[in-house]
Write a protein of this length. Sequence first.
Length: 120
Amino acid sequence: MRGGGGGYYGGMLARSGHDVRVWARGDNLDALRRRGLEVRTPEESFTVGVTATDEAEGLGRVDLAVVAVKSYSLPDVADAARSVARQGATVLPLLNGVDVAEQLVSLGVPREALVGGLTI
């Protein structure tokens, strides 16, 4: 999986015992299904199993959705973010840019489901 931020947080949550579901496409989806989610840091490396899907409905009901894609990919993930938000999930975007929340709202994600996010 190429996604550093989302992969890191998803991996840490899964390792801590949380049920992590990942929306992915193409080679990333295939790798997640075959090998799990691998996290590599300077201190350690580990692999955890996650549920991976390329269908918004496949995510089911979740408490928190971390959106961690490049800004130009927001339209690609909008269906998944919209789907989980409408089922009660909080949507936490971790992207570069000050207008990400507004972009997600314009793509149909309910404003009340969004919280601000920052990562370093």
